[in-house]
Write a protein that binds this ligand. Structure first.
Ligand SMILES: [Fe+2]
Ligand SMILES: [Fe+2]
Length: 155
């Protein structure tokens, strides 16, 4: 595909943010899996809390871009029968926001290192990451079909 053939900068922005989010998800996974011991635990917990908060804010802004910036409107218009898929994506946005709130609540409640709670937290973060990656992959496919469908490709 030739980037000069794009009808607008919406797909470029969405793709750019997807690349940024994929990196941020890997950073989140790395931080959550390298738990500090002893006296360093409090600092680790605080830093992870801030990382999750910053990530959540970026994620919500990304959802705003997709929901209000024209991406979902264009997909509904340009990809036949995409309404149910777009509705599912919107639903997942709300679910991912709630999942981040749960992670924050778990961290906030963990005043001391608790290995059982940590395992649960890491599972929750892993599940969130899988959901988010799948979600973004679905959007990438819709993006290809919506904006680049005249230029060939697997779909
Ligand atoms: Fe999305
Ligand atoms: Fe997205």
């Amino acid at each position: 595909m030739n980037p000069t053939d794009k009808k607008s900068d919406i797909p470029a922005r969405v793709e750019q943010e997807h690349a940024h989010l994929r990196r941020a998800l890997e950073e989140l996974r790395a931080s959550a899996s390298s738990v500090a011991e002893g006296e360093d635990f409090a600092q680790w917990r605080l830093e992870l809390m801030w990382q999750v908060r910053d990530f959540k804010n970026d994620l919500l802004k990304h959802f705003d871009l997709e929901e209000e910036g024209g991406f979902m409107r264009d997909v509904r218009r340009q990809v036949p029968n995409s309404d149910p898929q777009v509705n599912d994506l919107l639903e997942e946005h709300r679910e991912m926001e709630l999942a981040m709130d749960r992670v924050l609540a778990t961290l906030k409640a963990m005043r001391e290192r608790d290995d059982q709670e940590l395992t649960r937290l890491q599972q929750e973060i892993d599940e969130f990451i899988s959901t988010a990656l799948e979600h973004e992959t679905t959007e990438q496919h819709l993006l290809q079909r919506s904006y680049y469908r005249d230029y060939g490709g697997p779909e």
